[in-house]
Ligand binder design. Structure first.
Ligand SMILES: [Zn+2]
Length: 163
C-alpha cells in the first residue's frame, strides 16, 4: 500500500477522462450536501472506472466491490457505513490490488494474465484523448465478464484465491 499520492493521481486522471468523454449519469440519491461539491458523477468513486449506471444509488461496483453510498473526495476520510471503511482505505485496497495485477511476478496464472492485458489496454486507451469509446466500453465488459465468471468480488480477492 505504498504511494498513495500516485493512487490519487491515477484515479483522478481516469475519472477526469471519463467525465470529459462519456455522458453524464444521474444521481439517484438526493443529497443536498453533495450538490455543493464538484463531484465526478459517472465513475466509481473508489476505483475510478466506468462501472456504475448511477451515482449514489447504492449499486455495487463490479471491479472493486465498493457500494456507492455517494461518498466522494470531499469525505474521503469519513467512515462509509455500507463499506465498513473509509473511501481512502477502499481506494488504497484497490490500488494495491491493481499494482499486484500489473506486477510481473504474478504473471503465471491465466486469469491474472488475461485481466492484466485487459486493464493495460484500457489504461492505455484512457491515456489517449482520441480513443475509440466503443473499445473502452467493450474492455469494461470483458473485465466484468471475466471477474463474474471467476466469482471475483473485488479485484483484491483474486490474490486471496490464486497462488
Ligand atoms: Zn469501483
Amino acid at each position: 500500500m505504498e504511494h498513495p499520492e500516485d493512487n490519487i493521481d491515477d484515479l483522478k486522471t481516469r475519472r477526469d477522462y471519463f467525465q470529459r468523454n462519456f455522458p453524464m449519469v444521474n444521481i439517484v440519491l438526493e443529497r443536498t450536501d453533495i450538490n455543493s461539491y464538484e463531484v465526478l458523477k459517472n465513475t466509481c468513486a473508489n476505483c475510478g472506472y466506468l462501472t456504475l449506471k448511477y451515482r449514489a444509488g447504492f449499486d455495487i461496483c463490479g471491479f472493486c466491490f465498493w457500494e456507492d453510498d455517494g461518498d466522494d473526495d470531499f469525505e474521503e476520510d469519513k467512515d462509509s457505513g455500507p463499506n465498513h471503511m473509509s473511501l481512502k482505505e477502499g481506494r488504497l485496497i484497490f490500488y494495491d490490488a491493481k499494482m499486484k495485477l500489473m506486477d510481473t511476478k504474478y504473471h503465471t496464472h491465466q486469469l491474472i494474465t488475461t485481466l492484466k492485458s485487459y486493464f493495460s489496454e484500457l489504461d492505455t486507451l484512457i491515456s489517449i484523448e482520441s480513443s475509440d469509446k466503443d473499445e473502452i466500453i467493450e474492455l469494461h465488459h470483458n473485465i466484468q465478464d471475466l471477474l463474474d465468471k471467476n466469482k471475483i468480488y473485488g479485484l483484491e480477492s483474486i490474490f486471496n484465491n490464486t497462488h
